[in-house]
Design a protein around this ligand. Sequence first.
Ligand code: ZN
Length: 246
Amino acid sequence: MMSKFIVIKKTFAAVSAAVLAAAAVVGSAIVAGVKAGASAGGSLLTVVIDAGHGGIDNGVSGVRTGTPESELNLLVARLLKENFEAAGFNAVMTRTDSRGLYAAADGSFKKTDMKNRKKVMDEAAPDLVVSIHMNKYPLSSRRGAQVFYRKDDQNSQNLARSVQAALNAMPEAVRECSPLAGDYYILNNAPAPAVLVECGFLSSPEDEALLLTDGYRRALAYAVFKGMISYLASTPAYAEICKPAR
Ligand SMILES: [Zn+2]
């Protein structure tokens, strides 16, 4: 699915005029992607997209096919990147291929990997952060996408609510989930409102089957994107420049 956004590469001061002009040109098109107070050449909003795991760390694996979580996370993260870039964002991935963020697969690889993800986030100075994962549970009947936010962080909680609402609205959603506080390194160290999305349970044959299809991954990525945009649109600092996706 293509995201229904257009890009306006102007400074914040020119936004209102640019939005009106763009609206006149494209009719009902939605506008996103201008950063308040940004300097020339760096005027876009930035999102960091983290594909969980990688390298020797596969994460969990599909109950029927054994497909590693790390692989599916990367596929969803790439689709998210496409959506954000189509909307005019600067989208930064923590990893762009199957490798983890460490040189040696030694006893401390996980620590190095996480530190390097933090480094990517810090260097990108993002407006938003999203980390993509797949879930696992002892009961194979457990299904659905679950969003986590950093405890005691109201902005991240609001972002999580918005993303969870978009996921709950998907036709494939099996239950009404509420976002949960989670103690995750990537959330605790994010320099911006951040969510971790568990896209579904690889311990469920039904969720696994869905997550193995490109169509479902696309719809899922679009829902996460849409939820994140809705959050920005409801945030005073961004409301003028970011309108909800339709
Ligand atoms: Zn994971």
